[in-house]
Structure formats: structure tokens, C-alpha cells
Design a protein around this ligand. Structure first.
Ligand code: C2E
Ligand code: MG
Ligand code: MG
Length: 569
């Protein structure tokens, strides 16, 4: 599929030409920039182009109107709520950074910077905000064929007209008792791939026609929002709802229907609020998005929590950003034991967020949001760096040093050059490759075997020990093990649910995997080991290493250091 790469629009505000040129050069593949050489210029450009912009890169120190003034202006117009502003400045005074964040800046990068850092941070920020926007303006680039043709194709009003209609209607009667519906076709891309674009168009036309008939009969409006997306605004009539249900559920309703390609509807029932047509569609769209991946549901009413979730996610990410600048992320270590001897042989670094207000936050509370947006790489790079620095410190202090494994997520492999990033750190801290081991989860691999497999191969070639994490959680094809240069397999007892009652049955799986790993010369590490019984079983089956609460919980690095010092004495 030829997916056109999206180019974002940005504004650079900096009085120094060199700075502007450099940023433009670094980001030229992804962002098209307008430039402002003064704060005053920036203000004018913002007034005119605010809607089109995806990001602002702002210098603080400029003659005349300063970066702070620009921020202040943007904030007064609520622009900072929608448009991310990143400060790029030589000024790294603590209270200036603080002030910029207070004024709504999303990030602060000090010069001199590394190209990679800037690129990564700018692009993750842009895409995060773009996702926010997407809910409103989600138009599938693959199918947007220009307004004119789209209109002719579906015979339905275009977005602008639709919004205008709804807008005046809302003004007239403040439609309590109306609904806004967002509709699309499940897996429409696949439909086009299977049956061809022509048939795809015909299905789209049929859907448009039926929606129009239905809604107009009830005195409402239909809008074509691009791609396979439609919006409807109509009175909240039971008969209409019933019809939508039928469309979504009944196989024979559409001539061009194929199993698996149902229309889906997200519905928002208007309350007494005075909202814009956009905001209403937004909510209908959120309801639709919530069932996108669920093939058992084709119709969903909006729930208050849906907005809340989007909002919460967003707030969390902003907070994480702040936490990164504030150095609130650190790692704990959980020891791994040799099952046979009971000695500590290595450990795993697990990220912890020491939040300025909330105290210790565990990964489960923030990693999922980070994973979804790709922001995880920022945190991961911080952890890797900290771990390298720690190993160096231990060596310098003459303490005994054991390997530490770090977690690499799928997003890292897409966002950065993982091997090169680690290589650079290893060199800078003058470590050897055996001191930093790499954990890649089985799920990351199965989601994109080609790309993730390639990175595993590179890490392996570079001399790293690679562990396949959370083995047993997903649907791994055991045969792949033959071709993947994996050194260790982490078997999660929780996924393999080696419970005492079911031990017979689960044992055979565990035994099978351990034996096969042995044949392939792959070491096994059991993790999530919680009971003595499990340890006994692992011993019996010849599992090499174990990690889990029965031994030790993850602990601050210093406590770990004391632990291994006392053990080796
Ligand atoms: P994981 O890599 O499989 O790490 C093991 C998780 O199991 C850790 O949870 C650990 O505290 C927990 N655990 C260890 N022994 C036991 C046990 O006996 N019983 C139970 N119930 N749990 C045990 P944690 O620290 O909350 O991390 C959760 C997951 O978050 C990790 O799973 C890993 O996938 C991810 N993660 C943690 N730190 C990082 C990081 O720095 N980068 C990335 N990308 N992911 C991380
Ligand atoms: Mg792990
Ligand atoms: Mg694991």
C-alpha cells in the first residue's frame, strides 16, 4: 500500500538565521516551516495561520517581543491548548524553564542540542498533538480524492456545509433531543484491497444513499467527512435509532455488503449544552473509535468517560514531559538468581517515576499511554543512560558488577536507532557489551517480526545479549526461535499460570519450552516466580535462572548494590 508520508506545518520563531536554518534542515523531511524573525512577526503569523500549524519552535531571547511575550500572547488566545510550543534556547536557567512551562510550553530544549534529540522530541510532540486533532478531522488520506469528486461520488454534503447546517440548526432551536452520529465502514481499507477500489466506491455510494434517505426522512443532515467517514445530525427518534441498529447488524441490508465489513456507528445524544457542531461530532467519533477494533460491536453510544479518557491521557503525557525535564524517572533493579545455586547472577532495570506530588508511580500507570504515542522512547533512553552511568560508577568504586538488562519497546525500534544509541552510551561510559543486556518482548516481535527481528539481529551482531521477554504471553511461533538470535528466553510464570492445582498440565508446557530452549542453546529465565513450589519445579526442569517476589522485589540500585556486596562477601 502506498501511504503518503504526512508532512506537518510548523512555525520557527528565532532572530538568528543560523538557528532557523539548522532546525529546518534537521526536520526537513517531516515538517514544512514558516519563519518569524521577531516576536511581533510570530504574533501576526499566528493570528493568520494558527489553524494550519502543528507546532511552534520558539526562541526565548529576541530583541523586542521576547519568547515569553509570544507565549503569553498565545496563552491569552488559548492557542497553547491546541498547538504545542517547544522552547529551543540557550537559556537554561531553572526559573525560566519553569516559567515557560507555566505559560503553556510543552517542552524545553537547550542549545547546544543533538540533532537526534531534537528530531525525536519534536516529532513525537507533533504526532501526539496531531492525534488529538485527528479525532475531529480524521480524514483518511488514502481515500481523500479531492472535495469535488468526493461530493460527486457520494452525493452527500461536504464537511463544511454539514457543519454550517448543523450550526444554524443548533442556533435556531438549541436541539435538545437530537443526535450526532459518526459512521464508517469496518476494515474499509481491506475491503478495497480484497474487492478493488471500484467496488469500494460502490459500497460507499450505497451507504451514502441509504444514510441520506434515512436521515432526510427524519429531517436531519448527512455530511461526507472524507475517506469512509460520514456524519449525521438528526432528531433523536426511536425509529431512526432502530434503523441504524438494523443497518449495523443485519447482513442483508446492503447489496454490496461482505461479511466483516459492516458499517459502524458512534452516537452522541445531545444534552442541554451549547456546543459547536465540531464538538458534537468529536464525541460521536470517540464512541465510534471505542469499537473500532471490536468486531462484535457495530454501534456504540457515547459515554462521558470517553472524553475523560482522551483528556486524561493527554494530561498524563504533558505531566510525563514535565517529569522528564525534572528528572523524575529512575530505575529499580530486580535480581535474577541462578536456580541451581541460588546466587544473584544479573538484574533487570525497571523504570520508576518518582512524581513530585504523587510519589512513586509504577510503570503500569503510565507506560501504556507512552507506548501508544511513541513517547516511551524518551523514557527508555533516560533509563538506558542511567543504567550505563550506574555501571560505570560501580566499576569506578571497585564494586562487583553484574549484567543489567534494560527493556526495549517496539516504539524504540521505530523511533530510534536502538543499536547505535546503546553503542554510543557504552562507548561514552567505557563499558563492555556484556554489562548491558537487552529485553525485547515477544509481543513486540510478533507484531512486526520483520523490523523487530532485524533489530534483534543487529543487537546480536553488535555483541549484546538479547532476551525475549514475556514469553508465553502472546502467540509466538516456536519455530521462529530457530531463526532469531536470542540468547535467553524469559518465561513469565503469570502467563504460563503455573498454579499448584493445574500444575500437571502447565508443567508439560513449561517442560517442553525449557527442553526446546536447551536444544537451541538458549538460556531460560523464569520471571514472576512467587512460590517455593514454583522454584522446586524450575529446579527439577533445569530452568537456568529465576526472578520474582519469592526472591526479591525490584529495589533501588543502591539497595541492590548492598545486596550483592553482602552475598559475595
Ligand atoms: P517485564 O519487563 O516483564 O518486567 C517484570 C515485571 O514483573 C516488573 O513489573 C516486575 O516488578 C514484576 N514482577 C517481578 N517479579 C514478580 C512477581 O513475582 N510477581 C509479580 N506479580 N510481579 C513481578 P513492573 O516494574 O511494574 O514493570 C512492568 C512492565 O513494564 C515490565 O514488564 C516491562 O514490560 C515494562 N517496563 C518496565 N520498565 C521499563 C522500561 O524501562 N522500559 C520499557 N520499555 N518498559 C519497561
Ligand atoms: Mg523485562
Ligand atoms: Mg517480563
Amino acid at each position: 500500500m502506498s501511504e503518503k508520508r504526512k508532512r506537518y506545518k510548523g512555525l520557527i520563531v528565532d532572530d538568528a538565521m543560523m538557528n532557523r536554518e539548522m532546525l529546518k534542515e534537521i526536520l526537513k523531511d517531516d515538517i514544512l516551516f514558516i519563519e518569524a524573525t521577531t516576536g511581533e512577526d510570530a504574533k501576526e503569523i499566528l493570528m493568520e495561520h494558527f489553524q494550519e500549524l502543528d507546532i511552534v519552535l520558539l526562541d526565548l531571547v529576541m530583541p523586542g517581543m521576547s519568547g515569553f511575550d509570544v507565549l503569553e500572547f498565545m496563552r491569552s488566545k488559548h492557542m497553547t491548548d491546541y498547538l504545542p510550543v517547544m522552547i529551543i534556547s540557550v537559556d537554561d536557567m531553572e526559573n525560566n524553564i519553569e516559567r515557560a512551562f507555566d505559560l503553556g510550553a510543552i517542552d524545553f530544549i537547550t542549545r547546544p542540542f543533538s540533532e537526534r534529540t531534537v528530531k525525536r522530541r519534536v516529532l513525537t510532540t507533533v504526532s501526539l498533538f496531531a492525534k488529538q486533532k485527528q479525532v475531529v478531522t480524521e480524514i483518511d488520506q488514502d481515500y481523500l480524492v479531492g472535495d469535488k469528486r468526493a461530493d460527486r461520488l457520494t452525493g452527500v454534503d461536504l464537511k463544511k456545509t454539514f457543519y454550517n447546517n448543523v450550526h444554524s440548526r443548533l442556533k435556531q432551536m438549541g436541539e435538545v433531543g437530537a443526535i450526532m452520529v459518526a459512521a464508517d465502514i469496518a476494515n474499509f481499507k481491506l475491503y478495497n484491497n480484497y474487492y478493488g477500489w471500484e467496488k469500494g466506491d460502490i459500497y460507499l455510494q450505497e451507504l451514502a444513499k441509504k444514510l441520506k434517505e434515512l436521515v432526510q426522512r427524519h429531517g436531519g443532515y448527512v455530511g461526507y467527512m472524507g475517506g469512509d467517514d460520514f456524519a449525521m445530525f438528526a432528531p433523536n427518534a426511536p425509529a431512526l435509532m432502530l434503523q441504524l441498529h438494523t443497518m449495523a447488524e443485519e447482513e442483508g441490508y446492503f447489496e454490496n455488503f461482505q461479511p466483516g465489513f459492516h458499517p459502524k456507528f458512534g452516537i452522541y445524544v445531545l444534552g442541554a449544552e451549547e456546543d459547536s457542531a465540531h464538538a458534537l461530532y468529536d464525541r460521536a467519533k470517540m464512541a465510534l473509535a471505542s469499537i473500532k477494533a471490536d468486531y462484535t460491536l457495530n454501534l456504540k453510544m457515547y459515554e462521558e468517560e470517553m472524553s475523560q479518557r482522551v483528556e486524561d491521557d493527554f494530561q498524563l503525557l504533558v505531566d510525563i514531559r514535565r517529569g522528564e525535564s525534572n528528572q523524575e524517572f529512575e530505575f529499580f533493579l530486580q535480581p535474577k538468581y541462578d536456580v541451581a545455586t541460588g546466587q544473584v547472577v544479573a538484574s533487570e532495570a525497571l523504570v520508576r517515576w518518582i512524581h513530585k506530588d504523587k510519589g512513586l508511580v509504577v510503570p503500569g500507570a503510565f507506560l501504556p499511554a507512552l507506548e501508544r504515542t511513541g513517547f516511551i522512547s524518551n523514557v527508555d533512553v533516560i533509563v538506558w543512560e542511567e543504567v550505563c552511568r550506574w555501571q560505570r560508577q560501580c566499576m569506578d568504586a571497585g564494586r562487583s558488577v553484574l549484567p543489567i538488562s534494560v527493556n526495549v519497546s517496539k516504539a524504540d525500534i521505530f523511533m530510534l536507532d536502538v543499536t547505535a544509541t546503546l553503542d554510543e552510551m557504552i562507548d561514552r561510559y567505557q563499558l563492555t557489551r556484556d554489562l548491558i543486556q537487552i529485553e525485547v518482548s515477544e509481543t513486540a516481535y510478533t507484531e512486526d517480526p520483520e523490523r523487530v527481528g532485524r533489530e534483534i539481529q543487529r543487537l546480536h551482531n553488535g555483541g549484546y545479549t538479547v532476551l525475549l521477554d514475556d514469553f508465553g504471553k502472546g502467540s509466538f511461533n516456536l519455530v521462529s526461535l530457530k531463526y532469531l538470535p536470542i540468547n535467553e528466553l524469559k518465561l513469565d510464570m503469570r502467563f504460563l499460570s503455573v498454579e499448584f492445582e493445574e500444575i500437571e498440565q502447565d508443567l508439560s508446557i513449561l517442560e517442553f519450552v525449557i527442553n526446546m530452549a536447551k536444544k537451541l542453546n538458549i538460556k531460560t529465565v523464569a520471571e514472576g516466580v512467587e512460590t517455593k513450589e514454583q522454584v522446586e519445579v524450575l529446579k527439577k526442569l533445569g530452568c537456568d535462572m529465576a526472578q520474582g517476589y519469592i526472591y526479591q522485589r525490584p529495589m533501588p540500585a543502591k539497595v541492590y548494590a548492598a545486596l550483592i556486596a553482602s552475598k559475595t562477601k
